[in-house]
Design a protein around this ligand. Sequence first.
Ligand code: CMP
Length: 155
Amino acid sequence: MRLNPELGRNLRLAKESEKALVSKLRVVPLFSGLRDKQLRRIAAGGRQRAYKEGQAIVSEGEAGVGFYLIMDGAVEVRRAGKVLAKLGAGNFFGEMSLLDRNPRSSDVVAVSPTTCLVLTSWQFQGIVEDNSGIALNLLKTLVHRLREANKSLVD
Ligand code: CMP
C-alpha cells in the first residue's frame, strides 16, 4: 500500500520537531541524567503552549492540573502584589500543586512571549516515579527556592 505523500510529509515534520525538542530537553537541568529514550517519551507526551506577554499561565487558588517547563521566554511568580521569583528558559513551575494536591500557591504570569512544554499531572507523576534522578533534581531546585525565600525574609 502506498503512503499518502501529504501524510508522509507531516509524519516527517513531526519527527523533526520531536528531534529538535529532545535536543532542547537534553540541556534542561531537571532532566539531566535521562537517556534519550526517556527524553523522547517526554517530548512526545508534552504539549507546547505559547503565551503572550502579560498572560496569566497559572492563577493562585485554582486546582493544579499541569506541570510547566519554560522552553522560551520568561515568567514572574507573583503573590499578593509581590514578585516572588522570575523564571526563564529551562526553569519549571506548577510542581507544588501536583506534589501536594493543594491549590496553586501563586500566580505565574508571562512577562515576555513565552513557550512552555506542558505535562499533565499523571504524565508528571509517571516521569518522576520512573526516574529517581528527576526526584533528586526537583529537590535541588526546591531547596534553592527555599534558600532564596529565607534570604528575602531577612534581607
Ligand atoms: P504551584 O503552587 O503549583 O503553582 C504556582 C507555582 O509557582 C508553584 O507551584 C511553583 O512552581 C512556583 N513558585 C511558588 N513559589 C515560588 C518561589 N518562591 N520561587 C520560585 N517558584 C515559585
